[in-house]
Design a protein around this ligand. Structure first.
Ligand code: ATR
Length: 277
């Protein structure tokens, strides 16, 4: 093996054709003049470990992991960061020179950095957050908000037991609210986050009543197709500060690219345009 080997990275999931990660990383590889490739790979659960163990031998420096493997990958990795353990899922693998597979989760930092970049002056400490949804995406958002000092999180999910389970796990700063009451928590919230799949193209709309939203409240949606969801459009009309979900996708990719290729990329308008191509 020579030092000049072309570095490879990619994303593993199933299905994978919809992933925007190849456009994002390929854009950064070009921008930084790095001779490398980022490849989408459709791999089923039964083959996951075999494929991952062989990738370093083919010149891969790491991969992203997406649906449906984000949880299962924790059992395969040799080392798991504290934040990935807390979230219960990983989205980034680093293949270390000593042969060990290191699993991390950058979704939470991606969520926070997107807001820091696009909602100027916002801080998690500004006040309580209202989080809609209690699935995998909510776990990343909640752990990041708690870590960065949010005073309280009102959590509403259609299936209440999932929200109760998150409260048991994440502690007393979480206040569980019935899904049908979700509209009533918006007034007290400094920020509102939709982590459900509602509002996504092909999915039902988010029907939570929004009349409690106050002007100036930060409203963000993890859904980025469409970019401007009904939640964001309504919130904008009501004078809220709105941030779309594409930025989280771009920002979660930054630490991975940096670890694999040794350069910290910028999330700028050209990166957004590349993701939307
Ligand atoms: P992800 O990893 O993207 O969060 P997930 O774990 O499947 O995916 O979670 C999807 C979230 O969207 C959940 O909060 C889910 O609510 P349930 O826990 O009740 O399933 C929410 N969701 C999906 N479809 C929904 C619907 N029709 N109405 C309300 N919530 C819905």
């Amino acid at each position: 093996m020579t030092e000049q080997r072309i570095p490879l990275a990619g994303v593993i999931g199933s299905p994978i054709a919809h992933s925007k990660s190849p456009q994002i990383h390929t854009h950064w590889l070009k921008t930084h003049g790095i001779q490398g490739y980022y490849i989408p790979m459709d791999v089923g659960s039964d083959d996951l470990e075999t494929v991952i163990r062989s990738l370093p031998k083919a010149g891969f420096v790491g991969v992203n992991i997406t649906v449906p493997h984000k949880e299962k990958i924790l059992e395969i990795a040799d080392l798991v960061t504290d934040r990935a353990t807390l979230i219960g899922a990983a989205n980034t693998l680093i293949f270390r020179k000593d042969g060990k597979i290191h699993a991390d989760n950058t979704d939470g930092v991606g969520f926070i950095r997107n807001l820091q970049q696009n909602a100027l002056g916002w801080s998690p400490k500004s006040g309580p957050a209202a989080v809609l949804g209690a699935g995998g995406a909510a776990r990343a958002v909640i752990s990041a908000l708690l870590e960065t000092g949010v005073p309280e999180i009102f959590l509403a999910n259609r299936t209440r037991v999932r929200a109760d389970a998150l409260k048991t796990e994440f502690g007393k700063r979480i206040v569980v609210i019935d899904w049908v009451q979700a509209g009533n928590i918006l007034e007290e919230a400094a920020m509102v986050v939709n982590t459900t799949s509602l509002g996504m193209l092909g999915k039902p709309p988010l029907r939570v009543p929004l009349d409690g939203l106050r002007p100036g409240t930060l409203v963000t949606d993890l859904v980025y197709a469409p970019l401007k969801t009904r939640l964001l459009a309504e919130a904008e009309k009501m004078g809220c500060v709105t941030v779309d979900g594409l930025g989280m996708l771009l920002h979660q990719a930054v630490p991975a690219f940096e670890r694999w290729f040794g350069v910290r990329p910028e999330v700028d308008t050209a990166t957004r345009a590349a993701a939307l191509r």
